[in-house]
Each structure stands twice: as structure tokens, then as C-alpha cells.
Design a binder for this molecule. Structure first.
Ligand code: ADP
Ligand code: MN
Length: 355
């Protein structure tokens, strides 16, 4: 169950606002959010299960802040007092389902605070998570936005690949195995990329910028491994786009969040385990071609229910997203996804030609 007694600041966000917290296990992200984002998650989980699979699992919402009186002294129904979380965090809502343990449900305490959303941390399965936030769409504002802000966002789009390609790199964190450190690319890095050189950004995400330095072969992922990874990423974006095409959504300033295992030892171990999994009777057919995105839609293993994988991609950031029944597909986002697929396929060709 969810223990909220020692939330810690999350210092590995690839982009966006400050203020993200982690639960003590690191498996949950607690992010300050708007009511619109909560509504979008709730509507997705309850009415659009296939789309909800593309998002981080939604665990509920929290109100964070300093309680006027400690929660332990608050007048709570007797049957809920055993489920008290810490004094400054109260879980006010949750949608548990079969896949997820139900966090403690506590209510009845008014706290002077803002609402946060509790989500599965997409980076937590990885030992050295390399993270890329790709912001989607040429239009980045919703109808509620004031004209000045609109103009500002249109200018930002026009000056970046947002307008030309329908996506831009909003930020990255890349584990550089040979340097034993993360390299951080801030929002300005992605803003200066152009339609012509945006591929450089994705090469940097795979830490393929090092050129022919004297990096020991085993200390980093090699070109064949990176090519397989790039192919897995491209294929997954195509799968996501295929689902998104069928949905009637308008999402402005949403992102695709990419994460892969940057630790070459863990990467190889996971791939070996995935191959093993595919070859067990309960796993996927051994005839299945090698696929880095293993197990995404397959049967679950008997062991822990989660087949190993070396990367994950999810749609995130729904502060300006709404379901729009009857309005057709979200071409603003789809255009960006299609160009992103093209760029990722170029990356695959480049890496496959490198050997
Ligand atoms: P903002 O409105 O601040 O842009 P986002 O939802 O885009 O909020 O989150 C900002 C950053 O936090 C993302 O770029 C990503 O690095 C990290 N993040 C957000 N949600 C998750 C998640 N569920 N799992 C892992 N990282 C996340
Ligand atoms: Mn964001």
C-alpha cells in the first residue's frame, strides 16, 4: 500500500515545472496538477481502456500541504483511522483496479493546499533511466488560454521544430556509461534544434555523440544494441499512434515520455531475461522475431507478471487535454507523431549502417 510518510523531491524530471515528488519506494510520482488533468485521467481510465494503457497508471490524487491540525487529530470516521497517512498528505481520491494495489483511502480533512496527481513512475524499473520528453503538436494552447499567451506559444512553436515537425525535444537526461554520470539537456537544447538537425537530438539521447573515442566496447551500448533499441522505440511510437488515431482527443502541450535502460550491464541482462521469457512455454511463441518491446501485449509470466523490457514510452502531461466525442482524430498531435516516427526510422538506418 501507499506509504506517504517520507515523500522526497524528484530531481530527475526531463522537463516541466518543479515540485514533483516521489514516494519512498520511488515507484510513484506525485505531481502538482490541474483539475483538467485529473478529469482527463479519470475519463480515460473509466471509458477508454486501450488509450489508458498508453498513460502512466493513474493511482489517484493527493492534497499536499501543512495541515492546520495534524491529521491524526482530525475528526475522521473510526473505521478509517488505521489508514492514516502522514500529517501533510491526504489521499483524497483513488481509482484502484485489478493491476494496482489500492492505496489507503482517507478523506474528511480540509487542507490548505493544491492538488497533486499520483502516477506510476515510468522510470522506476530502470537502474540508469535515460529520459526524453518530446512535446507534441504545432499548436500548444487550449481554448481557455488568453491571447497574449497564445501569441507567445505560437512564436515559440514557430522558432522551434514544434511548428515545422509538430514535435520538439523538451528535455533529456542521458546516462553516459563511460563517464558514470547523467548528462542533462535542458529545454533550451531542444529549442535550438531545427528540422534539418533534429536527428542530432535523438543521437544524443542514445549517447551516440561520442564519435570514435577510445571508449571500451563493453562500457557502453554498441551500435547493434542501439540500432535494436532505436527500432524498438520507433515501432512503439507507431503502435501508440495507431491507438491515438482511433481516439477523439484534443491534447495541447502533451508529451511522449521515452525511457530506456542506460546501464549496459542491466540492458544486456534484461534482454537475456526477455529472450528466456519468450522461450518459456508460458511466454510468447519462440517463433516471434526478437522484439525489444517484448511482452507489451502478451500474456503475463507466472513469476512477477511483468516481462522484462529495456525501454518504455508513455503519453504524459494532460493539463490541456480533453476528450472530444464526435470531433474526430487529433491531427495536431498525430502530425507530430508521424514526423517523430520518420526521425526515429532515420536513426535506425543510421545505426544499422554504422557496423
Ligand atoms: P509539466 O506540466 O511540469 O510539464 P509533466 O507531466 O510534463 O508536467 O512532467 C514533467 C516531467 O516529469 C516529465 O518531463 C518527466 O520527466 C517527469 N514525469 C512526469 N510524469 C512522469 C511519470 N509518470 N513517470 C516518470 N516521469 C514522469
Ligand atoms: Mn510537460
Amino acid at each position: 500500500s501507499l506509504s506517504l510518510s517520507s515523500l522526497v523531491a524528484y530531481d530527475a524530471a526531463a522537463a516541466g515545472h518543479d515540485g514533483i515528488l516521489l514516494d519512498p519506494t520511488g515507484d510513484l510520482i506525485i505531481k502538482p496538477c490541474t483539475a483538467a488533468e485529473v478529469s482527463f485521467y479519470e475519463a480515460s481510465v473509466s471509458a477508454h481502456p486501450e488509450f489508458a494503457e498508453l498513460m502512466p497508471t493513474f493511482m489517484g490524487t493527493l492534497r499536499l500541504g501543512v495541515a492546520e491540525t495534524p491529521v491524526s487529530e482530525a475528526k475522521l470516521p473510526a473505521d478509517q483511522t488505521s489508514a492514516l497517512p502522514l500529517p501533510n498528505a491526504v489521499l483524497v481520491n483513488s481509482i484502484p483496479d485489478d493491476r494496482n494495489p489500492s492505496p489507503e483511502f482517507v478523506k474528511g480533512k480540509k487542507i490548505d493546499s493544491e492538488t497533486s496527481i499520483v502516477l506510476e513512475n515510468i522510470a522506476s524499473p530502470f537502474t540508469k533511466p535515460c529520459i526524453l520528453d518530446v512535446k507534441l503538436g504545432a499548436r500548444l494552447w487550449d481554448d481557455a488560454v488568453k491571447p497574449e499567451k497564445r501569441a507567445k506559444l505560437d512564436l515559440l512553436a514557430a522558432e522551434t521544430t514544434s511548428k515545422s515537425l509538430g514535435f520538439r525535444i523538451a528535455g533529456m537526461r542521458v546516462w553516459r556509461a563511460h563517464e558514470k554520470d547523467f548528462k542533462v539537456y535542458d529545454k533550451l537544447y531542444g529549442r535550438q534544434l531545427t528540422e534539418e538537425n533534429v536527428l542530432e537530438g535523438f543521437k544524443a539521447f542514445l549517447d551516440r555523440e561520442r564519435g570514435s573515442t577510445n571508449v571500451p566496447a563493453l562500457a557502453s551500448l554498441d551500435d547493434a544494441e542501439l540500432a535494436a533499441l532505436a527500432r524498438g522505440l520507433a515501432d512503439r511510437v507507431t503502435e501508440i499512434r495507431n491507438v491515438y488515431e482511433k481516439e477523439e482527443i484534443r491534447a495541447y502541450s502533451a508529451s511522449l515520455l521515452f525511457v530506456y535502460e542506460g546501464n549496459p550491464v542491466a540492458f544486456r541482462k534484461t534482454l537475456d531475461a526477455a529472450t528466456l521469457y519468450r522461450n518459456t512455454p508460458d511466454g510468447v511463441s519462440p517463433d516471434e522475431p526478437s522484439d525489444l518491446n517484448s511482452g507489451e501485449d502478451e500474456e503475463e509470466s507466472d513469476e512477477d507478471g511483468v516481462p522484462p523490457r529495456v525501454f518504455d514510452i508513455r503519453l504524459i502531461d494532460f493539463a490541456h487535454a480533453t476528450w472530444r466525442p464526435g470531433q474526430g482524430p487529433d491531427e495536431n498531435v498525430l502530425h507530430g507523431m508521424r514526423n517523430l516516427e520518420k526521425t526515429l526510422r532515420e536513426l535506425v538506418s543510421l545505426l544499422e549502417g554504422a557496423d
